[in-house]
Structure formats: structure tokens, C-alpha cells
Design a protein around this ligand. Sequence first.
Ligand SMILES: [Zn+2]
Length: 305
Amino acid sequence: MRARLLLLGIGAAALGGGGYWWWSAPHGSRHGQAALAQTEAILALGPRPPGSNALQAVRERLRSQLQAAGWVSVGQPFERSTTLGMMKFENLRARFADGDADAWQRPVKGLLCAHMDSKLFKHEVFLGADDAASACGAMLEIARVLAQDSPQLAKQMELVFFDGEEALEENITAFDGLYGSRHYASAWPEAAAKPAFGVLLDMVGHKDLAIRLPSDTPDSLRDAVLAAAKKEGAGKHFDVAQGAIIDDHTPLVRAGIPMVDIIGDFSNRHWWHTPADSRSLLSADSLEISIRVTLDVLDGQLKRQ
Ligand SMILES: [Zn+2]
């Protein structure tokens, strides 16, 4: 905190001394700072594996923050048999209310999703700061911006916070992990009108931001993200991964919804799924980039015929 105060001081001095501050940071990182504050509030609740009191507290906090921004939310509880026995999970869905009592009746064009659980570690404290509290923080800020600046676009969206993305054992398998997204996706094949696209955020706040889109991302969504990154002057932080990635988008793709997973590089990273995934990894500037690129992508996709 002390270092940040010092940096703020330098920024103010630069502003007083001429235009350097604006030249070096053309956008500032207002959205990134807001998302970081939301992320910190989630992390303050402690590790949040499925079924924990902390995860319930996170859900309640997300609900209240969404409500303050004009969104209505509803829990989607379900139970699953797991290697740890029968477990209860609960996704959180949100739609923009805008005084409209039928928020849940209208079809939506786009999904924006992230997972709110942190991986269960039996003997170590794992906060999952970038995996994926930061994505939840980013989603709250995106929800606020959409509601304020683009209510007509907000009305075409559904936000989903998944429970149980992380496997209870070490790795995601056909039976373990993606609990919330598998359950959520199972309702869509029967739906009359499916969303035209979805965006999943995961690990989008790392200070060394290196987004790697899964190689099997649909061309139009991949191109939209890369073009948005270029437009935001952040092209160097975005690329395509060597292969496909299994994440919460996978069940939705199988349900027939084209998805892009805006996911930070976690391959060969020493911090991934270790207690090192803590607040010190995160950067408001990285969150700012991820938020701006996501907003650009949503804007473009929602305005497409
Ligand atoms: Zn993870």
C-alpha cells in the first residue's frame, strides 16, 4: 500500500509538471482500479472452495454489487456426487433489470462468465487471486460500465458466475471440475433461442498479462478479440495458445454456443495452482486492458446482426 501511495505521488507530480502522465497512461486505469478493489474484497473473504461459508459470502457480495449497478441476480443451486461425496453447488446468474419485470423472459444475445470458486487445497491456503477472483472483479466493473453507458446492450446480456470450476482432485476430468458450467450449459440445448456468443474470463489480472486464446476458438470471436486488443494498444498481451484449453467454456461450446475463453497463460507458470496465486500477482493496468478489450468485444458482437 505504501508503494502505491508513493506511485500516486509521482503521478500527481508528473501531472503538475506537464503532460507526461497523460502521455504515458492515455486511458488511466480507472476500470482496472475499480475491478482490483472488487477483487480485493473477494480475497478478503478467504479461500472459497465449493460448499464453503466464504464462497457463500462471495455470492452474497456479488449479488449486492450487481444490484447496486442495476442487475438482478438469481442463484442456480444443484447437487452432484463427487469424490468427496454428495456436494451442493450454486451458480449465480444476473440480468440487467432496468425497471423491466421480465428480465428473465427475454432472450439474450451474449453471455459473460467467470468462475467464483477457488481450488480446494487441503493443507495450504489458496486464494486464487487470478484464478479467478480477478475475473469476477472485472465482470462486476464491466456490469457497472454496461449498465451506465450502454443499457440497451446490457439488456442483451446474461452474466454467469460459475461454482465448482476447479476439480476437487488434482486435474479436471470428465467427472471432476466444471461442475457449475456443466449444469448451466445443460439447460441451453432445450432453449428456444440460444445466445449467439459467449465470453469467458479467467486469469485476466496478472501483472505480466499474457492472454492466450484457445486454438479452437471460432475464427470470428478470435479475430474480434485480437482486433480489440490491437485497438486498445494491447496487442502484445494477446495471442493464440498452442492447443485447445478445457475450461468453463467447454460445456457451453458443446451446448452449441460459440465461446471465446479470454484466459491468461498458465502453462509452465510457477504460480498457477499454488499459494503464490495471491494479491501480489495482480495489476490494475492488466485488469484495465482485459476490461477494455472485453467491452470492445461485447460492443461489437452485440451490435452484429
Ligand atoms: Zn484453476
